[in-house]
Ligand binder design. Structure first.
Ligand code: GRF
Length: 213
């Protein structure tokens, strides 16, 4: 069982997928706290509905990024959080945060990294003309969308697809692979060797067309 805290800024559908997977007994994780930097984030209501404590810490109330990070780290530590889950969190973390949770922060990005880092990755993938897109769960390091890759899931892109189609299809993959990555962490099966994350034990079963190699 891993004690986790989630950082959100928006809809919180990944948070919901994690909540649902915990509720149905397939994810050995206790969500101790959900922090949003935006007061109106719909994800906050999802957390409240699941009985998870929430905090709003508005980044605009801090003169420096480091001060904001220190405030968030403090509430996470007070809640006993061991693993931090970025779930649609729209702020970059400073070393202040990273040093407190080394290889203990995960992020989900809606692209097959290292392609299409940054915002609006799904649309950029479509416009680039890739035939396979996807999502990545990775450990967070000092560079955005860069740390060691834990799980990836792929989707095909067809000629008729719009950016919304691609976004929807990738989101469905996100909702599968984020809980999976957390479960592997909770089972102590993730070994980080440089950039590579080795999954110890039996390969996790992924529904097609998800790919994790
Ligand atoms: C997801 O596409 C995730 O990959 C990205 O931000 C989005 C968050 O969506 N980092 P939601 O708030 O979980 O619905």
């Amino acid at each position: 069982m891993v004690a986790a805290g989630a950082l959100i800024s928006g809809a919180g559908t990944n948070l919901q997928a994690i909540i649902d997977r915990i509720a149905d007994g397939r994810l050995a994780c206790a969500l101790r706290l959900v922090v949003s930097n935006r007061a109106g984030a719909p994800g906050l209501a999802r957390a409240e509905a699941a009985g998870i404590p929430t905090r709003v810490i508005d980044h605009r109330g801090f003169a420096h990024r480091e001060d904001f990070d220190r405030a968030v780290v403090t509430v996470l530590r007070e809640a006993g959080v061991e693993l931090v889950l970025l779930a649609g969190f729209d702020r970059l973390l400073t070393p202040v945060f990273l040093e407190d949770f080394p290889l203990r922060i995960m992020n989900i990005h809606p692209a097959l990294l290292p392609s299409f880092k940054g915002l609006d990755a799904q649309r950029h993938a479509l416009e680039y003309g890739v035939k396979v897109a996807g999502a990545t769960v990775h450990f967070v390091d000092q560079d955005a969308d860069h740390g060691p890759i834990i799980v990836q899931g792929a989707v095909a892109i067809g000629p008729e697809d719009t950016a919304d189609d691609v976004r929807r299809r990738i989101l469905a993959v996100e909702h599968e692979i984020y809980p999976l990555a957390i479960q592997l962490f909770a089972e102590g099966r993730l070994v980080v060797e440089g950039r590579r994350v080795i999954v110890r034990g039996p390969r996790p079963a992924l529904p097609p067309p998800l790919i994790h190699r």
